[in-house]
Write a new protein. Structure first.
Ligand SMILES: Cc1cc2nc3c(=O)[nH]c(=O)nc-3n(C[C@H](O)[C@H](O)[C@H](O)COP(=O)(O)O)c2cc1C
Ligand code: SF4
Ligand code: SF4
Length: 295
């Protein structure tokens, strides 16, 4: 098949998944093109492809606004196959509502749904995950990726159920509008910490950051992707009302993945609080994996 991967990424977790997905698809003999959505990204000729994979990080229980805007511009054909590989830091039910806008759009175009998959990736906001937890997540993701590829090739359609209450609540709490329009007025750079390395300026997907008169300045078309503050080597960026939830510093995913899953499972039947939601999610992956591949 000729496959197009269309994805948005802030701190590169979705890019990490996309790299893997592309490599796996190519190994299986498929031809893959990809578009990373950022300001000015060319609109792909979707009609050329047998299947489209849509990847995004969940933002406030929704798909990212730049992702939605880009998908709207694609000319989707009737009967065109598509699948979703979304990711987020937890698996609370409300995250299930995040694909409703994309699914509605594709339904209107009479596209052919080939399945939806929710990968867990470490938080880039709220708090930093422990290295052992990340290793376990990446191990489960490899299994889920194999399940997804198997299903896509066999025509097995995996669905993720949302419900009207989740959909309504997710629409109500869409944090991005506030983020882009209001929070960016509060972004500040601590000038004594900032080394003027220019990384944030170069990498912002909205070209929203500039270096003027020796100071970093922010505009007001921020996606709240956190790329600037997450990767700032001097941890010099104050992200306004989200400052208390800032996560700074690369997880070095490839390095953690190479170490494999931790010897003692991080998530167990006794996991509590925030970690409870992963018990069922990981168990389902293990179960399906065993059913399909007997390992
Ligand atoms: C503004 C914002 C809102 C987020 N909202 C959620 C959320 O509702 N649920 C969740 O599980 N993770 C949430 N996250 C975490 C990201 O979905 C997660 O870290 C993801 O892997 C980031 O992917 P990326 O590196 O490709 O941007 C949020 C992150 C940001 C920056
Ligand atoms: S990435 Fe950080 S240190 Fe580098 S220019 Fe931006 S704010 Fe300054
Ligand atoms: S200003 Fe920072 S958070 Fe906003 S879009 Fe640019 S890199 Fe992302």
């Amino acid at each position: 098949m000729k496959i197009l991967l269309v994805y948005y990424t802030g701190t590169y977790n979705t890019r990490y998944l996309t790299d893997k997905l592309q490599a796996e698809l190519e190994t299986r003999g498929h031809e893959v093109d990809r578009v990373e959505i950022r300001r000015g990204a060319q609109v792909a000729d979707a009609a050329k492809y047998d299947m489209i994979g849509f990847g995004y990080p969940i933002y406030g229980f929704n798909s990212p606004l730049p992702f939605n805007r880009y998908v709207k511009k694609l000319s989707i054909q009737r009967g065109q196959k598509f699948f979703i590989y979304k990711n987020s830091g937890e698996t609370f039910g409300m995250n299930n509502a995040s694909s409703r806008i994309l699914l509605r759009r594709m339904r209107r175009k009479k596209a052919d749904f080939a399945g939806e998959y929710h990968f867990v990736m470490p938080y880039n906001i709220h708090f930093a995950f422990d290295a052992d937890f990340v290793r376990e997540i990446l191990d489960k993701n490899n299994k889920l990726m194999r399940i997804m590829l198997h299903n896509l090739e066999c025509g097995e359609v995996a669905k993720i159920k949302s419900n009207p209450a989740y959909n309504l609540a997710a629409a109500a709490v869409s944090i991005q509008k506030v983020g882009g329009n209001v929070n960016s007025f509060l972004y500040r750079v601590e000038n004594d910490k900032c080394t003027k390395c220019g990384l944030c300026v170069k990498n912002c997907p909205e070209d929203n950051i500039s270096l003027k008169d020796g100071r970093i300045k922010f505009g007001h078309r921020c996606d709240m992707c956190m790329r600037c503050s997450f990767f700032c080597p001097a941890n010099a960026i104050d992200i306004g009302f989200l400052e208390g939830w800032k996560v700074n510093g690369d997880y070095h995913l490839a390095k953690l993945e190479a170490q494999g899953a931790p010897r003692q499972p991080y998530i167990t039947a006794q996991s509590k609080g925030f970690y409870k939601c992963f018990i069922k999610h990981f168990a389902q992956i293990d179960e399906q994996y065993k059913e399909l591949f007997g390992e």
